[in-house]
Design a protein around this ligand. Structure first.
Ligand SMILES: [Zn+2]
Length: 347
């Protein structure tokens, strides 16, 4: 008998669509999502409401009239962000959230925040207006081991900011550790996104038997105990945890380099992978909560009204190993197991 699950159309609460030729190449691969929170770390970053509106228009043009994905824009928080511009962009429906990158934490984060006192005014305005703050949750102190940077961030930055700014709604993005899971599960006014790839890989996938740059991402995948904690959180039914793929395409030459870029491109096969993960965990009935209900509730939005169907077939779904992007190629994330779950999208 064919196994199938019908879900409300999922949302992706953390997505990189890039710009230019890369945007044209990757936008359609997220089209079975209803909405996506679009990351602002372009070069230069999206820092004003006007820039967010212009970027939204470029995304809509790349998607074309047939695709229904709704881009939810974010602003890149800098030490000179104007609180009035943030409030106006939110009131006008241009942005759904603001993103905080500690300076130097990841791809294109050089304009990020060094001195957190300088953004206090913006954060207080956001708390009052109910605008969520999305964190890239890693410290950038070179003295902190890269595998410990998320845990250090919770103690040094996240918890102090939350205490100093009561009512600020925060999303700890792409959590990778049991420390992140425990902190989020023990607090209110906080949510966490979990990526597809962090449910699948641990650090051995990157480093054992040779360096595999297509599994390198930030925050970097941790040891197996942390991956298992993430899987438990994702399937727990706790509404604080929801899907943010962090699908982050880079041209292959930039990944396969002496200093390779961080990011996994998971947009094409994410729902097939997640269906397998949730089936393996005996939690297919919770896939809808993780992908289509919890994130919408956190952001104060209604779940999508339409639905997609996932069908488990005897033959694996055929996803490309690479996609073309202008003159480049982008490698699609390989979960390392066959994907028997097919996405049937009526749209
Ligand atoms: Zn990201």
């Amino acid at each position: 008998m064919t196994k199938s699950v019908t879900l409300r159309r999922p949302d992706d609460w953390h997505l990189h669509l890039r710009d230019g030729a890369m945007l044209q190449a990757v936008a359609s691969f997220s089209s079975h999502f209803g909405r996506a929170i679009i990351m602002p770390n372009l070069v230069p970053p999206v820092v004003t409401g006007a820039q967010a509106a212009a970027y939204r228009d470029r995304i809509r043009a790349a998607l074309g009239p047939k695709m229904t994905l709704r881009p939810l824009m974010t602003l890149y928080l800098t030490e000179t962000t104007d609180p009035a511009d943030v409030l106006a962009a939110h009131a006008a429906g241009i942005i759904a959230a603001v993103k905080l990158y500690p300076a130097g934490a990841t791809t294109n984060s050089a304009s990020g925040v060094r001195d957190f006192d300088k953004v206090r005014g913006v954060l207080e305005a956001m708390a009052q207006a109910g605008i969520p703050l999305c964190f890239h949750g890693e410290v950038t102190d070179p003295a902190v081991d890269i595998f410990d940077r998320e845990a250090a961030f919770i103690d040094r930055v996240l918890d102090p900011i939350r205490r100093a700014t009561p009512g600020l709604r925060v999303v700890m993005e792409h959590i990778t550790t049991s420390d992140g899971v425990d902190y989020v599960a023990g607090n209110d006014d906080i949510g966490a996104t979990i990526t597809t790839h962090h449910l699948v890989i641990n650090r051995n996938h990157i480093l054992a038997g040779g360096i595999r740059p297509h599994y390198y991402c930030l925050p970097v995948a941790k040891r197996e105990t942390h991956r298992l904690a993430l899987r438990r959180a994702a399937v727990s039914g706790d509404a604080r945890f929801f899907l943010g793929t962090d699908s982050a395409p880079h041209p292959d030459h930039a990944k396969e380099s002496a200093c390779g870029c961080a990011g996994c491109f998971t947009a094409p096969n994410t729902m097939s992978i997640l269906a397998q993960v949730f089936e393996d965990e005996g939690a297919l009935d919770r896939l809808e909560g993780f992908t289509a209900l919890n994130g919408a509730a956190f952001y104060g939005m209604k779940p999508n009204q339409d639905r997609i169907r996932l069908v488990r077939r005897d033959t694996p779904a055929a996803y490309p190993t690479h996609i073309p992007a202008g003159d480049e190629t982008v490698t699609v994330f390989d979960p390392g197991f066959p994907l028997y779950w097919h996405v049937e999208d009526p749209a």
